[in-house]
Design a protein around this ligand. Sequence first.
Ligand code: 2IT
Length: 445
Amino acid sequence: MEETVKAFMDKVIERNPGEKEFHQAVQEVVESIMPYIEKNPKYKKAKILERIVEPERTIMFRVPWVDDKGEIQVNRGYRVEFNSAIGPYKGGLRFHPSVTLSILKFLGFEQIFKNSLTGLPMGGGKGGSDFNARGKSDMEIMRFCQSFMMELFRHVGPNTDVPAGDIGVGGREIGYLFGMYKKLRNEFTGVLTGKGINWGGSLIRPEATGYGAVYFVQEMLENKNETLKGKIVTLSGFGNVAWGAALKLNQLGAKVVTLSGPDGYIYDKDGVKGEKIDYLLEMRASNNDRVEDYAKKYKVPFYSGKRPWEVKCDIAMPCATQNEMDENDVKNLIKKGCMLIAEVSNMGCTASAAKLATEKILFAPGKAVNAGGVAVSGLEMTQNSMRISWTSEEIDKQLHHIMKTIHDSCVKYGLVQKEKIDYIKGANIAGFVKVADAMLDQGIV
Ligand code: 2IT
């Protein structure tokens, strides 16, 4: 089996030189599903694996804009339309200086399986730009978003490709993008999700990724006759995802003691709760991209240049970005008594970190844990199509049900021995089967 995986990966690496994040994401999925494919030759014969690692379409474009000083700036825009076997391409836009084609291909690839796991009809895609919002004015952000949409509008649409937010793209950016799309097309449609509540957005969408992740953790704990009550939780990040997770963790009786940014992490022994959680939104709106402001405002310790995985906890939830937790971090966490790591960021753990955590404690991968975000995006699309709005209770109920169902799927395909669940394997196979069967049904396209 190892040889088959290696032979396959050698080809992927040769065809996609230098794209190391993409290789990492593919490797993880291929390791999980190769044994399943060997047992089900119909997928092998139809070359499903070879086809699924090739995006259906990749769009790259110039994004020129004028800054406040009147100077011309040039960024690069992307949209990777990876797979549309089970629905329109769906996935976020990331605006961050670290964005490359490799990053967006890894994210788009993950999105195929994640979207499939939600049970909703959404294909996989991802896009973004190397635009850096740090220190930019609101007007600069608007002009950038408008220029980005001036090209993207011809490639997307409510039945074709429906982008949303990701790192650097929140409600404000979605608003500017939507405004330009509407102007260019003269059409008011559900072309983006994460919209404002007065113009087609869905209740609970801002909270959905964090809430969904915590619901998933609840399922993992319940399986071991445990609950969240009284648990100490370390979070990284301070954006939309960490914010939603902190809200729900507090509601369920857990205590959040860390947050982080590119500048370091804060430790709040009394817990990140109440108005302190609201403050995260202010930090995000300031475009400063630093968490030290929290430490100053609430007089708690700040550890410059460090990540929060040195803090003792019961549960660790990386909520920031890819490869933010490595094998050493996992070793340290386990040594200090951590019992569960839930990857909330996409590919938040390195491959060896995820393997070690799966072996030793409870671990679940991003594509299962963070699927609540895109799931509520799917519900936003449904509400837009029906021209109705559901109540927050209704959406929260559906989100909770979806996360439970994803957990069930992980158990179904990931149970390795009595009571031991390999959530990586479970999520990858469950996500794969639905897409692969659709590809079989639709022929060689
Ligand atoms: O990684 C993700 O799933 C997202 N950024 C959300 C995608 C979406 O379409 O809501």
